[in-house]
Design a binder for this molecule. Sequence first.
Ligand SMILES: [Mn+2]
Length: 425
Amino acid sequence: MKITSDQINDLNNKHASRLNEEYDQLANRLVSRNIDLNDLDDKLSTFQIAIPSWALGTGGTRFGRFSGGGEPGSLEEKINDIGLLHKLNNSSGFISLHIPWDIPENYDHINQLAADLHLKFDSVNSNTFQDQPDSIHSYKFGSLDHHDNDTRQLAVDHNKEVIDHGERLGAKSLTVWLADGASFPGQKNFRKAFQNLSLSLQEIYNHLPEDWKLLIEYKPYEPNFYSMTIPDWGTSHLLAQQLGKKAYSLVDLGHHLPNTNIEQIVAILMHQNKLGGFHFNDSKYGDDDLTVGSLKPYQLFLIFNELVEGITNTDNITPAWMIDASHNLKDPLEDLIQSVEAILIAYCRALIIDQNALAYAQQNNDVAGCQEILQDAFMTDVRPLIAKNRLNNHASVNPLEAYRNLNVRETLIKERGSKQISSGL
Ligand SMILES: [Mn+2]
C-alpha cells in the first residue's frame, strides 16, 4: 500500500482554516515571549525518531499473543509500514533493524526500497538473549559475560556480524542490550561476569568502523531477577568510559526501578558526553512497554527539558532516538503514530521553556518561580505548532485520523491476510 500526497492534501484541506487560526493565536503568544518560531520549526522538521522493525507486529506477553492482522511478514513489508508512518508524520525517517530477524537477502534492493520511502537505517541491534535454532552453544546462562569462552566468542562474533550487516545498510551504530545476569544468589561471580563482559565488549568495540558508535543499554531486572550484568547507568557508563570515545550509554525509559529520576541521569550522561541513545516507552510498574506519554507525560517533558538543555549546552552528540515499546492491544501502527506524537509534544514543550528566566530563577533560589516556568511550558497546548509543521512538510495534520480515513489497516489485511505474523516477536 502507498499513501499519496494528494490523499494527504485532501484530508489536510478540511483542517487548514481552523489550524491556521489556532496556530496564529499560539504563535503570537510565543513570539511575545521571544520564542524564535523559525528555529523551533527547523528543530521539529529535522527531529527523526527510529522505528524498530519489531514494533510493527502485535506484541504479546508470556501468557499469549493476539494478532491484529495485516502484519508485515518480510523485511520489505516492515520497511513499507515505516514508509507509511513517515509519509503521514514526517518524523519516522529511521529504521532500526534487529539481527538475525532482519538480515536482508539483497542489500541493494533493501537500500533502494528504503531510499524510495525517504528512510535511513539507524542503530542495528544484536540478539544474544535467545538461542538460534542451529546454535551449538547456549545463551541460557549468559552471552557476552559467559564463563565459557566458546559461548562468549559466539556472542562476540554475532555482534561483529551485526556491525557488518549494518555497514552495508549505511547504519552508524550498534546497540547492545544483554539479558545476561543471574536469577539466584551465588549463581554468578559478579566480578568475573563483569570482567568477561568487559573483554567481550572490547573485542566488539575493536571491530567498529571509524565513524561508528557502540551504544550500551542497561536494565535493572528481567529476564534475570537477582542481578543483571549491566543493571544501571553507572555500570553502562563505566564500560563506555573504559572502551573509549566511540562507546556511549543508552537510556531506555522502561529500564529503571520505579520513581528513578531519569531526567537527572540524562543530564549527567550528557554532561560527560556519553549519552548515545534513547529508547521511548512508558510504564506503571516495570518494563511495561506501554505507549510513551500515555502515563507520565510530565516526566517525559522533564526529560526533554534536560535533553534540550544538553543538546544546547554540552558537546554530547545528538542521541539516536528510538521507540522501544510493544503493542499488545492497539494496532501497532496506531500506537506508533501516538508515540511519535507524544514525543514531539514533549520535545516542543521543552523547546518553549523560557531558559533565561529559568536560569535567573535558579540563580535567585526562586523555587516557586522555577516550577511556574516549567509548568507554563508544560501546560501550553503545542499541538498547533506540530500540526502546522507537518502541514508545511506535506505530511498529515492529524496522522491518526488520516490513518483511519485512508483505511490503512483494512488495506494491509487485504494485501497480506489476517493470519500473517510479524517475525521477531
Ligand atoms: Mn530498549
